[in-house]
Design a protein around this ligand. Structure first.
Ligand code: AHG
Ligand code: MN
Ligand code: MN
Length: 342
């Protein structure tokens, strides 16, 4: 007799987004389409990342971006892909990107009345491109504040992270994943290269409350605030009850360091340093989106003293110190910051 095995159902990113649209009773599908557009651009970027060692795409463009950092070809490519996807999708009014000094207005008739603006770090961890180490993309979506008719203003971006409607990251790693939240938990999708689809692989992600990994560029040690120096010593002390000493792990791609800590538990710290007195990472397209995801997964994100999501942005490329990851680890670091660095 013929018996057929039940087929294991897999859920693609596209299906998942549509199913979840009912979480937002008044949604008309614009946010779903915007997320879909970002997913498509991520696949195109992934394709180039995978052949970075082969193609001429590897290497410097010989230009510097607005932060004065060397811009690699893949940064430029990724920036173009995401902006093109947002332009042709029609749901995005304007983009703030790490790679562009000013905000980019999407000038197309279909985008005139778009509801959303996007902040993006198109390629994070770019110093790792040449060495075949994981890199990423980080994005954040806000509802526009300006009038529904007419052009955008910078005020559409000077909005606290608490108001994000969605945020996510893509990690181009040993496998490629897209992880995002719309404020109702965090879900992770792994790209199945054989069918070219992101498939739900990590439903309802939760970051462990405690961890044994700390991630910080200790090369900057002498320039760290005292609170951070004390926290590093705390991580290195022997204490069986709290599983110390912790292990140190630092990839140098924020997305990859954050993703590992999300899954295993851990803390990532980029404090102020001598070279970067206000921190190195950018509030709008690095700290805020990951802070939203961390909190949605039960973790925490702060600048050492205050919740990242409540920091009032004052400029597009504003920097911030970042302490992010497992709740109890971030709280311990904050405690030492209050005592030694307030
Ligand atoms: P980007 O490649 O987008 O400029 O970001 C680099 C960031 C971040 O990914 C990483 O965690 C950090 O810079 C590493 O900085 P250091 O090399 O100073 O540790
Ligand atoms: Mn970055
Ligand atoms: Mn970048």
């Amino acid at each position: 007799m013929f018996t057929h095995k039940p087929i294991r159902r897999f859920i693609t990113l596209g299906q998942f987004i549509i199913e979840r649209q009912s979480d937002f009773p008044f949604a008309k599908g614009e946010l779903s389409r915007l997320l879909r557009d970002i997913g498509i651009a991520a696949k195109l970027v992934n394709r180039e990342v995978n052949k970075a060692g082969l193609a001429d795409i590897l290497g410097d463009m010989g230009e510097t971006n607005v932060q004065g950092e060397d811009q690699k070809k893949l940064d430029v490519y990724a920036n173009e892909q995401f902006i093109n996807a947002l332009r042709s999708g029609g749901e995005c009014l304007a983009v703030a990107s790490e790679e562009n000094e000013d905000l980019i207005e999407i000038e197309s008739p279909v985008s005139q009345n778009a509801k959303y603006v996007v902040c993006i770090d198109p390629l994070d961890g770019s110093s790792n491109i040449d060495v075949n180490v994981s890199i990423g993309t980080i994005f954040s979506i806000y509802r526009r504040k300006s009038d529904r008719i007419g052009t955008t203003t910078i005020e559409d971006f000077m909005i606290k992270g608490t108001e994000q409607v969605a945020a996510g990251y893509v990690i181009y790693g040993s496998s490629t994943m897209l992880v995002y939240t719309t404020g109702k938990g965090v879900n992770g999708f792994t790209l199945d290269p054989s069918i070219g689809e992101f498939c739900l692989s990590h439903p309802d992600m939760k970051i462990p409350e405690d961890g044994v990994l700390y991630s910080i560029n200790e090369g900057n040690y002498t320039h760290f605030p005292d609170g951070v120096k004390k926290y590093i010593k705390y991580c290195q002390e022997d204490d069986k009850a709290t599983n110390r000493p912790y292990s140190s792990r630092y990839i140098g791609s924020l997305v990859a360091d954050f993703h590992r800590n999300m899954i295993k538990g851990g803390v990532y710290i980029y404090p102020s340093t001598g070279k970067s007195p206000k921190g190195k990472l950018r509030l709008l397209y690095e700290a805020n989106p990951l802070a939203f995801i961390a909190e949605q997964a039960g973790g925490k994100a702060s600048n050492g003293f205050d919740r990242i999501l409540e920091v009032q942005p004052e400029s597009l490329h504003q920097r911030t110190p970042l302490f992010i990851g497992s709740k109890n680890m971030v709280e311990k670091a904050e405690e030492l910051m209050r005592i030694h660095s307030a």
